[in-house]
Design a protein around this ligand. Structure first.
Ligand code: ADP
Length: 723
């Protein structure tokens, strides 16, 4: 039998050799030379018998995390996957690699189904993909029970959680199936799981139960430094359209996501008028039309797609140079999943949200529609009692909605109909050729309280949806680093310092990434060589002090003044050197070690740049005038930016007092990056204008109403005391 080829012993080798062995098999069976980020630890944990929850973005390489152990572990690996089309692709790809695999879903005829089950029983497959609804059938679960199941992999595991954006009731059956199958080892995988969803997945699937060790949770790969993230305030439709055209002209290939079908059609028509062809995609098109649109886009015939969120699953075009959002989506996970389709090839790509606060209403409308209130459900129940009193009716939802005075949202009526159907109050059938359902009352007719509708859960879900939308609005309003915001949202440990590729960081530094000048290359070399001398022993603060030639006790005690690199950048201010190190971290020349005191060390790339083997683009910090006026420490005043409308000397002592307050404040707010309180430029403005009232405060560049509300009173008090 074919699978005998794969009957391997469990790996019993020393760790280095295990890694070598894994690499060898990776190459042998999958043709890859290296694991992608995060894959190897997951595979090792699964081979050790641990349950695992794996959170990696789309395209991160989740499939290999279970396909690889499936070849090594004894027994069959079941893979639950919700998308029949993708399932088939995966199975074809595996079979192409001579890995015996099959799928079981509703597209199979009963005879094929039983053949596959018999095949499983005979041990003909290493991997079998199963659609989640199959587990509704107790007979199916019983047929699996005698099998030796090595691993139960659950793809798109967030579908089990009502906290997630894509809850699927069929996933709730999996817990029962797992119990019936003797609680096999589980790998749950998803691209989108916030901490709440993560906890929910662990609980719903009983991970780490039945005497096993607690599950390992892996979050990796969310960092996408090649994506430039930005939010543009778009006053109106014309502004949005102008921006879209600019993107298409410059970047050519990409997707424009809209919140509604109507907007897809509107934008597509406007582009057509402007002579720009684009393919439209939304759930209102026929299957055929959608397949054609997808095909046109994938083949490169039409490099621009205008789409709702229905477009995405299965879009595997790696060379998208942009993803624009015409409307704000409902959650950060939805946004990042869609935006993340840009630049899969690792080349630079741009993701921009065209933000107009009025668009939030569309999402609020969706939330109302997806979460009808008790009043709407009761209103609908009464309307149905009346409408169906003489028997089944065949009327569209829009007409039913007219009979429900409590509802001003047709979508909410649609959801309420679904809930009443699920609770057994009505039955709905779809007659082929008809455009609407036939609705009839189920017997016996029940009162609302006798129906199994969990209103508490419905309310909780509505609140969660609202909270998610709020986070998305925070993202749009955010003045900090957008990459950091997203990584923190997902709980990715990689959430480092500021980036060099989002609009807020770029505007903070006032310049975009570029190749350094000859003079700057020398500065960079000096900084890198200082890090190389103390590699991994000191953090940014101590290295900055060393480079500027500080005589502080810490530096002298550590003997850093005896290094050849001591004082190499003494012409520059500590702020400048600190920012330079920051930039070098962002550019991948330096890496920050973990632990309580993050240390800096040189990466391979950093080594190459130091030795001038490579030149890279980066965002160089602005040089303060102290550089040209003879040293950071002697300056009495500093000058504002030349192009600032607010330029001029400012009071350094007040600046220092405000900076000290900002430092303490940031520490008190859970080590918030200080610039999130006020940027240096705002501090300069304050030290120049010395405002005494709130209106005066609001005149300072960089201080808006939100900041004034939050920090204004304290700021004014410091200035008052100083004066
Ligand atoms: P996900 O399920 O996380 O969206 P996939 O498992 O489909 O991602 O993998 C995304 C792409 O990465 C696929 O084209 C896959 O062949 C490729 N891939 C996976 N692992 C590796 C690897 N170790 N080296 C190179 N490519 C890989």
């Amino acid at each position: 039998m074919l699978w005998l080829v794969f009957r391997w012993e469990r790996v019993r080798l020393v760790p280095m050799a295990v890694s070598d062995e894994l690499h060898e098999r990776l190459h042998q069976h999958f043709g890859f030379r290296e694991f992608l980020e995060g894959q190897e630890p997951v595979i090792s944990a699964l081979l050790e018998g641990r349950d695992a929850l794996v959170i990696m973005p789309t395209g991160g390489g989740k499939s290999l995390c279970y396909q690889f152990p499936a070849l090594i572990l004894e027994g069959i690996t079941l893979v639950v996957s919700p998308l029949i089309a993708l399932m088939k692709d995966q199975v074809d790809a595996l079979v192409g690699k001579k890995i015996p695999a099959a799928c079981i879903n509703s597209s199979l005829a009963p005879s094929e189904m039983s053949q596959r089950i018999q095949g499983m029983q005979r041990g003909e497959y290493r991997l079998v993909y199963v659609a989640p609804e199959r587990f509704k059938s107790e007979r199916f679960v019983q047929a699996l029970a005698p099998l030796s199941i090595a691993l139960f992999a659950i793809d798109e595991a967030h579908c089990i959680s009502q906290w997630g954006h894509d809850f699927r009731p069929d996933y709730l059956r999996l817990r029962h199936a797992l119990r019936s199958l003797g609680q096999p080892q589980v790998a749950a995988l998803t691209a989108t799981a916030t901490p709440e969803v993560r906890q929910d997945i662990i609980e719903q699937l009983d991970l780490g139960k039945a005497g096993r060790e607690p599950p390992r949770v892996f979050v990796s790969g969310f960092a996408r430094p090649n994506l430039t993230l930005a939010v543009t305030q778009a006053k109106n439709q014309a502004a949005k359209l102008a921006r879209i055209l600019e993107f298409i002209r410059q970047l050519k290939t990409g997707i424009i996501y809209c919140a509604t079908r109507k907007n897809v059609e509107r934008v597509t028509a406007s582009l057509a008028q402007a002579g720009v062809p684009a393919t439209a995609y939304h759930a209102g098109l026929t299957d055929q039309q959608r397949a054609r649109a997808q095909e046109k886009f994938m083949s490169g015939d039409c490099p621009v797609a205008i789409a709702t969120n229905a477009f995405g699953m299965g879009v595997d075009r790696a060379d998208l140079r942009f993803v624009l959002h015409h409307d704000i989506p409902g959650s950060v996970e939805a946004y990042y999943q869609e935006a993340g389709r840009a630049g899969r090839d690792g080349e630079p790509a741009r993701c921009e949200l065209l933000f107009n606060y009025a668009d939030v209403q569309t999402q609020e409308f969706f939330i109302e529609g997806a979460n009808p209130t008790r009043e709407i459900i009761e209103g609908l129940r009464l309307a149905l009692l009346s409408l169906c009193r003489h028997g089944p009716v065949e009327i569209p939802i829009s007409e039913i909605a007219e009979q429900v005075p409590e509802a001003n949202n047709e979508m909410a009526v649609g959801t309420a109909l679904y809930l009443l159907e699920r609770a057994g109050f009505i039955q709905r059938d779809y007659r082929s050729g008809s455009r609407t359902y036939t609705t009839r009352l189920a017997e016996p007719v029940k009162e609302l309280d006798a129906l199994q509708i969990d209103f508490e859960r419905l309310n909780a879900k509505r609140e969660r949806d609202v909270a998610k939308l709020r986070r998305m609005i925070q993202y749009a309003d955010n003045t900090g680093c957008r990459h950091q915001f997203i990584l923190r949202y997902f709980g990715d440990e990689d959430a480092g310092e500021r980036c060099a590729t989002c609009d807020t960081c770029l505007s903070r530094t006032g310049s975009a990434s570029r190749l350094p000048t000859e003079e700057e290359i020398v500065i960079i070399q000096k900084a890198l060589s200082c890090v190389a001398r103390v590699n991994g022993r000191f953090g940014r603060g101590r290295i900055t002090q060393t480079l500027v030639g500080s005589r502080s006790k810490d530096v002298l005690d550590a003997g850093l003044d005896r290094l050849s690199t001591y004082g190499l950048l003494s012409d520059f201010s500590p702020d400048y050197v600190w920012s330079l190190l920051d930039t070098l971290v962002q550019a991948g020349c330096l890496q920050v070690g973990g632990g309580e005191y993050p240390t800096l060390s040189l990466t391979d790339l950093g080594g190459d740049v130091m030795r001038r083997k490579k030149t890279i683009s980066l965002v160089m910090p602005e040089v303060e005038s102290s550089h040209s006026t003879g040293g950071a420490k002697s300056r009495a005043t500093r000058r504002g930016d030349a192009d600032s409308h607010d330029e001029g000397d400012y009071d350094v002592n007040l600046f220092d007092a405000l900076r000290e307050w900002r430092r303490e404040k940031a520490a008190g707010l859970g080590n918030l990056p200080a610039y999130l309180i006020y940027t240096d430029r705002a501090l300069e403005g304050l030290s120049r204008r010395k405002p005494r009232t709130e209106p005066e405060l609001l005149e300072v560049r960089g201080i808006g109403p939100a900041k004034a509300r939050r920090f204004g009173a304290e700021t004014l008090e410091i200035i008052r005391q100083y004066l």
